[in-house]
Structure formats: structure tokens, C-alpha cells
Design a protein. Structure first.
Length: 529
């Protein structure tokens, strides 16, 4: 077993420069948690206006050429909810892309170090928002469509190489043919889909563009950049994995707070200049900010066996054979589903709860608009406590152990999810969103630390990348569950309850980590000898 992963714990100033770069990178990547503020302004940019029959009859000006006419106000609200649900899938796609690309990025990080994949991430994220900001131009949809098809092709090729490495000599005779088949299939599918959909319906063009840009491309950028700071810091500060992981990813949790402010934040900029112009500005911020942070990242110098005994390290292939990995995977899925479900709809959910508590459809339009705007405050509170939770739970786990911390965190989150659907005041919604963010944020300090504890730090990028696939799947399932519950029952409460049950199950699964962890360390130690 190699000693290359063992590093000097006396990191000094160099280690704290890496920590600074990590926080900067994570701060910008974390703006993904503010996506929920996009759906309301994007609705009017993407879909045609909605008018009721009564509004059409009394209209003094000619009705727009393209307008959707519905029976009454209730039908309009239902259609708006559906449209925003379609837009919210950009967040699900972003999270799924984020998680899947991390499998590749983690391996790249382990081979090249943290800078290269972080700069790739800056480029992809910036490109995604740039194309989204130009979505009014028809040519942009063609570019976005081609970029999406090309990105899918690259990911499929890289995944084939990952699988091919595992298959070994058996895959080599067929490798070139399979690669050509993947490329040809992707090109044919891209052309067929492009001819069928491009330019047919303007709202579909824009919707697919958003899914492919702030969804797929931005998610891929986040996936490339996200794992780099964590993997580097765990190597710089091996005695404080939980704390440094928490401090680094606290920036990711706090990033959404930038979207909340109306004076200096993104929400105020969107209200003054529009969401598409904001996308253009944010594209520049993503590229420049993440690149600067990436240049501060580097791996520490290795130490020899004479200085410190090497911890056993598991390859990603060995990790995928371990029962401990799948226990962690299911736990991560539960945590991510609960958190992402709330993050994806928190602004809309909080606003609707306030409107319903104040009288619902009987309220004047101006009061409804004011209550919906107040619901945005929940986004800020969730973001702040998401960041705080990462530091606090990481610090606690270094003191009392990962298992006890997992049990406490999942139990608190389950209780919060069970009561969340009944909250309907500004204060209670702020508290509820804060608790969801606080507990959910802890996952991003605990799971990379637990992965390093069980499987070693040398291949943390690849190992944590595979574990992170649970996060991507949870993003899709969480948003779908929330939208389905809202459509079928008129409330998100049923979806929240399901997430609460999963969190309770995960609190029980955490107790299995003690015997599984001992077994994993014994196996790796025997292999190291």
C-alpha cells in the first residue's frame, strides 16, 4: 500500500491559503441553493401570459397574440404552479448532473490534483449561465442543444472508460467499437431531437435551454469543482476532517444567501434588471471567482513512513464492494432528499403557507404578492443555517464521533420534516427552514469525513464521488415527490412526512457504521500488511 496519501498535519500558512481558496470556490458553487428565486420571474419570460375568461371579457386593450386563457383564478394558479414545477426541474437536473459528474471529477482530482478539475468547473458553470442569459436568441438553443448532446457524449465515454478499467482485458478488443457507437448514437439522437423540437414552440425552446444550461452545464461545472477543496483540505488537516470539511462547505451553504438580498444580492438585481441579465453577470462571477479560488488549491507535500504511519486506503473499486459504502449511500440519500425537497420549493411553499393562513383566494392581489415576497425570507434563513450546520456538525463529529453525530442529526431532521407542513407564520416558517438547513448542511461535513475515516484520504475524490451519486438521485426524487404531493393533495405535507420517515430509518442505519467501520479498517489494514 502506497504512502503517498499521508501528509504533514502541520500545514501552516500554506494550508490556510488552501482553506481560503476552498471557501471562495464553495461560496460561488453554493448559489445553486438559491435557484428557487428564479422560477417566478422566469415564468413570465418563458411561458405566455395567462388570463381568465372574465379578464378577457373586460379587457380594454387587444389581447396579446399568444395568451393562455383559463376558466378562473383557481385554474390560473394551478397552471402557474405546473409551469413553475417544469422550471424547477432545472434544479433537479443541475443536482443530478452535479452528482454524476463528481464520479468523474473525483477521479480526475485524485490524478491531477485539485486545480485542473476546479478550473474546468469554473468554465462549465460560467458557460451554462452565459447561454441561459442569451436564451431569447434562437441560435442559443441550437448551441445549448449541441453542447448538451456533446456533454452527454463525453460523460458516456468517460463512464465507459471507468467501467472498462474495471472490466480490464475483457473490454479492450471492443473498446474502439463501443466508443464509436456511443458517439454515433449521441449524434443521431441529437439531430433527431433537434429537428423535432427546435423552433417548434418558443416556450419549449426556452425551457429545454434552461434545463440544459443552468441545469446540466452548470451542474457539471459544480460537480467538477466541488470535490476539489474537500479532498485537498482533508489531506492538509487529517486530525480535523469534520471541522475543516464543515468550514469549507459552509461557503456552499452560505452561497444561496447572496441570492436573497434586495440591496446588494441577486434577488434585488433580478427585480431591477431581469433574470436573464442576472444570468449574464453571474456567468462572469462564476468563471472569475471559481478560477481564482482554484489557483489557491493544491495538495500538501507527502510524508514518509518514518514520520507517520500510513492509513490504509481503499480504491473506488474496493469501496463499491463494501457494505459500509451502501449504508452511507442510503443515509446520504435520506438527508439529501429531505433537504433538496425543501430547498427546491421553499420560497413558493413559504409564500403559499402565508397566503393560505391569511385567507387565500379572498385576498386582494397586492396583499398576495406581498405575502409571496415575504416567503422569500425563508430562502435566506435556510441558507444561513445550512452554512452554520456544516461547521457545527463537523466540529461536533470530531469530538463525539461520526456515528453519534449522525444519529442526532437525522433524528432532529425527522422531527423537523414531520412538523414543517403545518407551519404558517413568518416566524415558524423561518425557524422550520433554518432547522432543515442546519441539519441538511451537516451532511456535507459528516459524509466526506466518514468516507475518509472508512476508506482513507488518498482516493477520497473518487470514493466520495461515487457516494455523492445518492445526492443526485435524491435531488430528482425530492423535487418529483414535492410536486406530486402538491398536485395530488394540494399540500407538500405528505412528501415531508415520507422524508421524515427516511431520516428516522437513517438514524438507525448510522448505528451499523460502528461494526461495519471496524470490519472495513481491519480488511484494509490486513491488505496494507
Amino acid at each position: 500500500m502506497s504512502d503517498a496519501s499521508v501528509v504533514n498535519p502541520r500545514s501552516g500558512a500554506a494550508g490556510f491559503l488552501v482553506l481560503l481558496g476552498a471557501i471562495l470556490v464553495q461560496l460561488i458553487l453554493g448559489t445553486v441553493y438559491g435557484y428557487s428565486i428564479f422560477w417566478q420571474p422566469l415564468t413570465s419570460d418563458v411561458f405566455p401570459p395567462i388570463m381568465t375568461q372574465a379578464e378577457v371579457e373586460v379587457a380594454t386593450a387587444p389581447t396579446a397574440d399568444k395568451v393562455t386563457i383559463v376558466a378562473d383564478a383557481a385554474a390560473r394558479d394551478a397552471l402557474l404552479s405546473t409551469q413553475r414545477g417544469y422550471l424547477a426541474y432545472a434544479f433537479s437536473i443541475c443536482i443530478l448532473s452535479f452528482a454524476l459528474v463528481m464520479v468523474i471529477a473525483g477521479r480526475v482530482q485524485d490524478i491531477t490534483g485539485p486545480r485542473v478539475p476546479a478550473i474546468i468547473g469554473a468554465t462549465l458553470m460560467g458557460l451554462g449561465f452565459l447561454l441561459a442569459g442569451l436564451m431569447e436568441s434562437p441560435i442559443v438553443f441550437y448551441i445549448a442543444h449541441a453542447a448538451f448532446a456533446g456533454g452527454v457524449t463525453v460523460i458516456l465515454l468517460l463512464l465507459f472508460h471507468v467501467i472498462g478499467d474495471k472490466l480490464g482485458e475483457r473490454a479492450k478488443p471492443f473498446a474502439n467499437a463501443i466508443e464509436r457507437g456511443i458517439v454515433v448514437a449521441a449524434i443521431v439522437a441529437g439531430v433527431v431531437l433537434g429537428q423535432r423540437y427546435v423552433g417548434q414552440k418558443q416556450e419549449l425552446d426556452k425551457l429545454f435551454t434552461l434545463w440544459g444550461t443552468i441545469g446540466f452545464l452548470a451542474g457539471a461545472g459544480i460537480g467538477f469543482a466541488y470535490v476539489c477543496p474537500i479532498a485537498a483540505l482533508v489531506k492538509w488537516f487529517p486530525q480535523h476532517k469534520g471541522l475543516v470539511s464543515g468550514v469549507a462547505v459552509a461557503g456552499f451553504g452560505f452561497g444561496a444567501y447572496l441570492f436573497k438580498g434586495r440591496t446588494l444580492g441577486a434577488l434585488g438585481y433580478i427585480e431591477q434588471h431581469g433574470v436573464q441579465e442576472f444570468f449574464l453577470v453571474h456567468a462572469l462571477v462564476c468563471f472569475v471567482g471559481v478560477t481564482i479560488g482554484a489557483m489557491l488549491l493544491r495538495n500538501p507535500p507527502a510524508m514518509t513512513r518514518n514520520v507517520i504511519k500510513a492509513a490504509p486506503d481503499s480504491t473506488w473499486q474496493d469501496t463499491l464492494r463494501s457494505p459500509a459504502f451502501y449504508t452511507l449511500w442510503l443515509m446520504y440519500f435520506s438527508s439529501a432528499m429531505a433537504g433538496l425537497m425543501v430547498i427546491g420549493i421553499v420560497k413558493v411553499f413559504a409564500g403559499e403557507q402565508l397566503v393560505a393562513a391569511a385567507g387565500g383566494d379572498s385576498l386582494p392581489h397586492s396583499q398576495v404578492a406581498d405575502l409571496l415576497a415575504k416567503g422569500a425570507a425563508a430562502v435566506g434563513w435556510l441558507a444561513i443555517f445550512n452554512a452554520v450546520g456544516r461547521i457545527v456538525w463537523g466540529f461536533v463529529s470530531d469530538r463525539i464521533g461520526r456515528t453519534r453525530t449522525f444519529v442526532a442529526m437525522f433524528t432532529f431532521q425527522a422531527i423537523t420534516m414531520f412538523v414543517l407542513g403545518g407551519l404558517d407564520t413568518e416566524l415558524s416558517l423561518a425557524v422550520g427552514a433554518s432547522l432543515v438547513g442546519f441539519n441538511y448542511g451537516g451532511s456535507f461535513a459528516l459524509f466526506p469525513s466518514a468516507t475518509a475515516d472508512m476508506f482513507g484520504a488518498k482516493n477520497l475524490g473518487a470514493n466520495y464521488g461515487w457516494l455523492f451519486t445518492s445526492y443526485g438521485i435524491a435531488g430528482v426524487v425530492g423535487i418529483a415527490a414535492g410536486n406530486t404531493a402538491r398536485t395530488m393533495t394540494g399540500s407538500y405535507a405528505a412528501a415531508f412526512a415520507i422524508a421524515g420517515v427516511l431520516c428516522l430509518i437513517s438514524a438507525g442505519l448510522a448505528l451499523l457504521l460502528v461494526p461495519l467501520g471496524r470490519k472495513e479498517k481491519a480488511k484494509l489494514a490486513a491488505f496494507a500488511r
